[in-house]
Design a protein around this ligand. Structure first.
Ligand SMILES: *Cc1c(COP(=O)(O)O)cnc(C)c1O
Length: 428
């Protein structure tokens, strides 16, 4: 494949945008080479500036769960845009999407819309701190909760890949209130509670982690966190920016039957437009301004275009009783195919998967947390990434990222992908 135009566009971009990109992972630093510039996309495919077609396993990092340029979303956005793109006043559509979200997700009474997953998580911990009157939070190494200061402590994917787990610019004062725990290690969390009695406002977690590859919670881990939170007057925040409306209608709360106190959303909830949200029961949400004392706001929050896109997306997922079954079946087919190929070729690997989130690690040892996720960050992965790209298959350009399967993928696409993997496996 030729990437002449992409390379030229990247060189041009580097002149005026830091690193040529508006979000670091796009720069291909973890795998080398220059990023592909995409011109358009439809269904399961991306089309780049050089005219190459790529089967997309990133899907805008999750939102395009029903495929690119999904017609109901596109049409709704166009119709809305003709009527004005922002008013700075409440609109009826905000209530519509809020009602639907509250219906789809367990244990929430109210939801507040923001513009990104970062904002959602940032606001969720502020709310938790305001509600509990405590300052410290527990986060897990390798979990990413957006780029706000409190969370840039061993923050997963982008942050790890670029070698700045603790970003300059985050103050010691902020960092000291973030306690770091090991994913899937309940004893470690218990010890943090013992060392900081009555000081911990919240535990925030990706209840299925997706920013160190896909790392499922071990049996009993989430329930253990729930119990520790209950025993210590601490709130449990599920960051479902990635998993929400992807693993089940009601996210991980529904999938594993664990109640969170606050839930953060992003990605799928915006249908490809910039949307985040956080939600909780009334007693917690009523702490938010203008009802309560915890301040949070946004000029473009609840923006009509974003709400139109999100509403169509949620409606489509809500109306399709089979969607999550279908996604699981497709991803399972892919998983089985990859396993068979890699086993046949004698390549050491681990595959982690929950529903339509899957990651391939080129190391035989189990991947259960941030440290073990590092095993697969090796040359085999880089070769695998570039080999697949040359075959027209686009996976995430980092060993710490999850693949996001879209329903637009056909079994022909999956077979094409497996044939590409078969070829590339010979080069590993
Ligand atoms: C992507 C992501 C975020 C950040 O969302 P942005 O919209 O990129 O700000 C937060 N948490 C998780 C789990 C994510 O995957």
């Amino acid at each position: 494949m030729l990437y002449e135009r992409s390379s030229r566009l990247f060189a041009e971009a580097e002149q005026v945008i830091p690193g040529g990109v508006n979000s670091p992972v796009r720069a291909f630093k973890a795998v080398g080479g220059t990023p592909i510039f995409i011109k358009e996309a439809k269904g399961a495919y991306l089309y780049d500036e050089d005219g190459n077609r790529l089967i997309d396993y990133i899907n805008s990092w999750g939102p395009m769960i029903l495929g690119h340029a999904y017609a109901p979303v596109v049409d709704a956005v166009i119709e809305k845009a003709k009527k004005g793109t922002s008013f700075g006043t409440p609109t009826a559509l905000e209530t519509e999407i809020a009602k639907l979200a509250v219906n789809m997700v367990p244990n929430i009474d109210k939801i507040r819309f923001v513009n990104s997953g970062t904002e959602a998580c940032m606001s969720a911990i502020r709310l938790a701190r305001g509600y509990t009157g405590r300052e410290k939070i527990i986060k897990f190494a390798g979990c990413y909760h957006g780029h706000s200061d409190s969370f840039l402590i061993q923050a997963g994917s982008g942050a790890i890949t670029f070698g700045t787990p603790n970003s300059p610019g985050v103050t010691q004062g902020t960092a000291k209130d973030t306690l770091l725990a090991t994913y899937n290690d309940l004893d470690n969390v218990r010890a943090l509670f013992e060392a900081n009695p009555k000081e911990i406002a919240a535990i925030i977690i990706e209840p299925v982690a997706g920013n160190m590859g896909c790392v499922p919670p071990a049996e009993g881990f989430l329930q253990g966190l729930r119990n520790l939170c209950d025993a210590n007057g601490t709130l449990l925040i599920f960051d479902e920016v990635m998993t929400g409306f992807r693993l089940a209608k009601g996210g991980v709360q529904e999938l594993f039957g664990i109640k969170a106190d606050i839930v953060a959303f992003g990605k799928v909830i915006g249908g490809g437009l910039p949307v985040g949200a956080f939600a909780a029961r009334n007693e917690i949400m009523n702490y938010l301004a203008p009802v309560g004392p915890v301040y949070q706001a946004g000029t473009l929050s609840g923006n009509p275009l974003a709400m139109a896109a999100g509403f169509e997306m949620l409606k489509a997922l809500d109306a399709d009783a089979e969607i999550f079954i279908r996604l699981d079946a497709k991803t399972s087919y892919l998983e089985t195919g990859i396993r068979n190929i890699l086993e046949k070729k004698g390549i050491a690997f681990t595959i982690n998967r929950v529903g339509s989130m899957i990651s391939v690690h080129f190391d035989a040892r189990p991947v259960t947390d941030f440290a073990t996720a590092g095993y697969g960050n090796n040359d085999s992965f880089k070769k695998f990434f570039h080999g697949l790209l040359a075959e027209g298959v686009y996976i995430a350009p980092s060993a710490y990222e999850t693949w996001f399967i879209t329903d637009a993928l056909t079994y022909d696409d999956l077979n094409f992908t497996l044939q590409a993997i078969e070829k590339v496996a010979d080069t590993l």
